[in-house]
Every structure is written in C-alpha cells, then in structure tokens.
Unconditional design. Sequence first.
Length: 304
Amino acid sequence: MRFIALLLVLLLAACAAPGTSLRTCGIRPFAEVPVAVSQNTPLVQARINGNPVTLLLDTGAERVLLTQDAVKRLGLTIDTSRSFTESGAGGAFSSFAAQVRDFEFAGLAIPDHPVSALPYALPANSREPVDGLLGVTVLSAFDIDMDLPKRKMTLYGGLVCSDTVIPPWREPSFTAPAEVSPRGRMNLQVRVGATTLMALLDTGATGSVITTRAALASGVTAEELAASPSSIMRGIGPAPVTVRQHRFAELQIGPQRFANARLLVTDSGLGTVDMILGMDYLGSRRLWFSYARKQVFIMVAPRQ
C-alpha cells in the first residue's frame, strides 16, 4: 500500500499540466489505452525491460503478476526467499517476488515496480498468449474511463475534489454504494433475490459468480442448486473448479433489474467475497472507476 501511495504521487505529478499545482482541483485525460477483447478477456500491452508483454486487464487482481515463462523471457530475477501464498479460483498457490525496474504502460515509466511471479502458466481463456495480470497497484493510481465495448480505456490524472464533475459523460449513468478493499479492489452493492451484498468488479473473470452461502441467502434452496447443471472451469489457481450454473429470479445492480439472471455458483477462490461481477456484465458497458472518490459509475444502457 505504501508503494501505491508513492506511485499515485508520481503519476499525478506526471499528469499535471506545466505550471499547475497538484492542489488545483480537476482532472484531465492522460493516456488512451487500446484494449483487445479475446474470448471475453480484456488485454492490454505494456513493455518490461524493453520487451512487449500482453497483460490481462484485471480489476480483481491486487497486483501485477507475471507467468513463469514471461519471467524467464524477460530476464527477471526471482527472490525465492520471498514467497507469498495467494488464492483464487482453483485454490491456493504460491508466488515469488520479483522486481521490475523498467516497466512502461500507457507511455508512462513506472519505477521499481514489485510483481509476483507464478510458477505456471495462466489458463488459456483467450486466443492470445498472456504474460500476466495488470492489477490495481497500477490501476488505482488513476481515475479510469473504461469503455470495453469500444475497446479502449482512458486514464485520468489530477486532483478529484468534492466539486469535481465525474464522469465527464453525456450518457446517462448510475452509481451504487461502493467500497474499496484495503488493497484497492472495488466492490459494488447489488441485490440477488432477497439478499443485499457487495460484489467485486472483476474484469479478469469471464463470468459472474456467487458463493453457495450467498445463493442460499437469496432464497434459492440447496435442492435447487444441486439440480442446476454443473461444469468444470479453470481459474488462476492450480486445480480445476466445479461450478453450478443457476438462474436467479432477480439480480439488481443500481436501478437496473435483471430477471432470470444466470450466475455461476462456487466457493472456490472467492475468500471473503460473496459475489463477482465479471465480463458477462462489465464487458458491454462503459464504466468509470474513481479510486480517489471510491465510486464506480456505470452507463445505464449497454453498448451494442
């Protein structure tokens, strides 16, 4: 978190117009980033040690993570004395610390960026090989206009004050109660059936997921869940994941209500999170992530 704070200061300084002060309220676009979407997986380009890398744009990932093959190709040094136990869909896994000293994203040089290195490849959810995940240690330094249907996102820098107008859109949008986790992940209040819960906004998930506990609290019975069709999926963890596909009577996100909403039900990798809103919902909508104000804005009508 100290690194995120330092990165935020550096990025805002880079975004400030010449002769202006960081204390001046207001934001401006800093960079427009192309986003390729392959099989419902959003991908962006960056450079590490001068080499191009393809990263999954992942608002659900807490940090930048690279695969073992990418680490070898980029010539990074791994500190095997520093390992981390993390969890995701597919169970717990260990990653090792690495330091990237030449990391460029959106034309911005990000200094001395800590990353985690996986000991295996990521699941092949896209047609393109993916070198790793771009998480919130970078993303949370900006306000982000994420327009996935138009295959782009715009990074905004500056100072967001109480009277700063966000988002600068003409399209109707809504916001719902949101909270930012201690490590920077954005959660939005939603309602499934009879229960209200916080859902993680996760562009790294191809589908929306709910835990068994939350599904039962919504009014679904255990017998109904057991009768729902099951399938096997792979996540970031090492093991395959069994999920149930269930149709819920109603899902409400902000003022929008969706009848007969299809959600995946599993307890693997969600930890303390009750629900994930994935690309099946996020991928067709323009979003504004304001990490400074701890708000998310969602365009009312999905783009065609």
